[in-house]
Write a protein that binds this ligand. Structure first.
Ligand code: IFM
Length: 727
């Protein structure tokens, strides 16, 4: 990958080893669908996929996951019988580029094809450009240009590729292919397919301005044509196939350039509200906006009550499910730039309340226990066996589903952040208060009263550090739970004081005796305190675990993909942790901990942290900004912001593929830039910034939305200036 432009990523040459990770790096998306960054001629063998947000299916007893649609942008050429594909023997150069300011990818591949021993080779140059429209989320478009330097015959083979890539499929079971003659446009191909589990129809149409078959080109001649694709499902409309045809017909009437311009303008509009500039550090500037590109590609702006999966729209990893990643790591970016998207995440959880109530009941608790891996309507997709043991090949029992109870508190935490930042109390009336109450009821029923120690404890849980399963009094979890009770009290008093009607509404949801009981629990919740040197114990007995270095633990691995956690994992009985845990606590509850304490914990835990999850670096970086470790914060910022640009992150947990994009890390990068280095916060509803920059950053500039007004904040020479922007 080269660093040419501030807004372009470019790969020269074709490396088969990078095809899968390039699918993530060059991803295109618009919140409704994600089109993996593969090439025109790529198929399921290359993991070419059009991943659909919020459409799920289970095939047999395999994991339930999101569905990939047939690919309408497939096309390949041959020259006098010689197939032309990137990486083929006749290829002489290849360039793949992403303009991530406008969500457009381009490739240019040159082949030198020898027809026979004597004749000089024919040069064929294929340039294509593609985008998935940000203006019309059901539309994909691509433009092809083929040029040759000598007369030759090319053959084009293109169409809707229904050989769909799946991790745990096949999900599309029945296929119907049809050709419609659309007035004034011509033939349009449509593939209709239905998911096996619940018969969701996925319809894909495609129009090409030329037909497949032989094309004679003379020396120096160029051929240009355009392709439009459209995708709808029966979750959008009962007439999915008809809607595809209408979308295609409109695109054909408007023409490629007009469709392109509308898409381009949508992206420009997004950057007006979100661009981050970092003067003096090209790599950092590029990486942060590339991270934001990924967040924009997956933001569900097309409906209410939608959320984002942990791997965005890059594929079916983690079952296309929503994790705490969305509330804790992605929501802050949207909250500060486009709060309606943040609200949608919360509505998604409010709508998922029945699923959360059912999950709590399944485990014998009351209230709402949210899904660790949440699919539509809050459906819990997390399996009891989430990792495969690399030695035996057998599924390994994991306890993420049962014991990662902090998930309900994460949701409440995010809801309260939203209320505090926007002042929008309507969300409390529209299910938010009920959701907080049900989460409080869950923790009330989970709590353990330790009579000997006179305190309330939370036993047998998993904190953010998943390598240590079934621990007790995880400091992060206990403090998050306490916050749920605090939020309930605040929400009740805030809403009750608005009007008598609101007061009556609050009383209809939660009565006085229940509130008093919750208050009592809150007073007795045990939150581990720092020991004399300031360090907080991550969970009961953590300090008694073997204290060895990361390198020691790594050296004990027998296989590279071995899972470090669980019962027998190499880290499980040591103090080596997967990701920020106590440090996440000290970031989310910054007011509870003074700088000296945070420093003590940072120094203690960072060297014991594998950063085995892409969620880890940002918590360490944010706290590093607070304690003045600016250069280390910058290093961690780059780890967060670069992960998808360089194709980083773990690819396997045990034998399970966990690759894809890392939107939580992208959201984390934004937090580090704006809330960390940028020092942004609200004080009494007003924007305040006291930024501090790493040495080589000449300035930092970001955009932020407060109460419907957009501001530009510039930090330069330790001075932070906040200016209103014209919108
Ligand atoms: O939510 C995370 C978790 O904290 C660590 N494992 C991966 C999940 C999805 O990103």
């Amino acid at each position: 990958m080269t660093m040419d432009g501030i807004w372009t990523l470019c790969e020269c040459g074709y490396d088969t080893e990078r095809v899968i990770s390039n699918g993530n790096t060059f991803l295109l998306g618009n919140g409704y669908l994600g089109c993996r960054g593969t090439l025109d001629e790529h198929t399921r063998a290359h993991m070419a996929a059009v991943n659909l947000a919020g459409v799920y299916d289970r095939c047999g007893s395999s994991w339930r996951e999101t569905v990939n649609a047939p690919n309408p942008l497939f096309g390949c050429l041959d020259c006098s019988g010689v197939p032309l594909a990137a990486g083929d023997g006749s290829m002489s150069s290849h360039l793949h580029e992403l303009d991530f300011r406008h969500g457009v990818s381009r490739r240019e591949t040159v082949w030198k094809v020898r027809m026979n021993e004597k004749a000089p080779p024919v040069t064929v140059i294929l340039s294509t450009e593609r985008f998935v429209s940000m203006d019309d989320i059901h539309l994909l478009a691509s433009r092809w240009t083929v040029t040759v330097d000598a007369a030759c015959e090319l053959t084009l083979r293109s169409g809707i590729d229904q050989e769909v890539y799946d991790c745990n499929g096949p999900h599309l079971t029945r296929f119907l292919r049809q050709m419609d003659e659309v007035p004034d446009i011509g033939p349009v191909e449509t593939v209709r397919a239905w998911t096996g589990e619940s018969g969701v129809e996925v319809a894909v149409s495609r129009f090409s301005s030329i037909s497949d078959g032989a094309i004679h080109l003379s020396a120096g001649q160029s051929l240009e044509f355009v392709v439009f694709g459209s995708v709808y499902t029966s979750q959008d409309t009962p007439t999915a196939a008809q809607s595809c045809l209408e979308t295609i017909a409109k695109a054909c009437r408007d023409g490629y350039d007009t469709v392109y311009d509308s898409h381009y303008r949508c992206w420009e509009h997004l950057w007006e509200g979100s661009e981050v500039e970092i003067g003096g550090d090209l790599q950092a500037q590029k990486a942060i906006n590339y991270s934001l590109y990924h967040l924009h590609c997956i933001a569900p702006r097309h409906g209410k009550g939608l959320s984002i999966a942990a791997r965005g729209l890059s594929g079916q990893t983690y079952k296309g499910a929503v994790f705490w990643d969305t509330e804790i790591f992605m929501l802050p970016f949207f909250l500060h730039t486009e709060p309606s998207v943040a609200r949608s995440f919360l509505e998604y959880r409010i709508n998922g309340l029945p699923g959360a109530l059912a999950k709590a009941a399944e485990y014998g608790f009351e209230g709402a226990f949210y899904a660790w891996e949440s699919q539509e309507h809050g459906y819990e997709a997390c399996s009891d066996y989430n990792v495969t043991d690399v030695f035996s090949g057998r599924p390994q029992r994991t306890y993420f589903r049962d014991k990662q109870i902090h998930i309900s508190a994460d949701v409440v935490y995010a809801l309260w952040e939203y209320v505090e930042y926007t002042g929008d109390l309507s969300i409390l009336r529209e299910g938010g208060l009920e959701m907080i109450l049900q989460c409080a009821r869950f923790y009330y029923s989970y709590a353990y009263l330790n009579l000997r120690k006179n305190r309330i404890e939370f036993l047998d849980v998993i904190g953010p550090d998943e390598y240590h399963e079934r621990v007790s009094n995880n400091a992060f979890t206990n403090r998050m739970v306490l916050h749920v009770f605090e939020v309930l009290r605040l929400a009740v008093s805030r809403l009750s004081s608005v009007s008598p009607k609101d007061k009556a509404f609050v009383e209809s949801i939660v009565d006085g005796p229940a509130l008093a009981a919750f208050e009592t629990v809150a007073q007795w919740i045990y939150v581990p305190k720092p020991r004399p040197d300031g360090v907080v114990e991550q969970f009961d007995g953590y300090f008694k675990q073997e204290d060895c270095s990361l390198d020691d633990v790594r050296s004990r691995l027998l296989k590279p993909n071995e899972y470090w956690g669980g019962n027998n994992g190499v880290a499980a009985h040591t103090q080596v942790i997967k990701q920020a845990d106590v440090i996440a606590l000290q970031q989310l509850f910054a007011d509870d901990y003074d700088v000296r304490t945070v420093k003590a914990n940072w120094d203690y835990y960072e060297k014991r942290t594998e950063h085995g999850s892409s969620l880890s670096s940002c918590m360490y970086a944010l706290t590093a900004c607070r304690i003045g470790y600016l250069e280390r914060a910058k290093h961690l910022f780059l780890s967060s912001a670069l992960v998808d640009m360089v194709g980083g992150g773990k690819q396997f947990a045990g034998d399970i593929y966990i690759g894809g994009t890392h939107p939580a890390s992208a959201g984390g990068a934004w937090m580090i830039a704006v809330l960390g280095f940028g020092g942004f916060r609200l004080e009494r509803g007003l924007p305040v910034a006291d930024g501090k920059l790493p040495q080589d950053w000449k300035y930092l500039r970001y955009r932020i939305l407060v109460d419907g007004r957009r501001y530009m904040v510039t930090i330069r020479d330790s001075v932070s200036v906040i200016e209103p922007m014209d919108v």
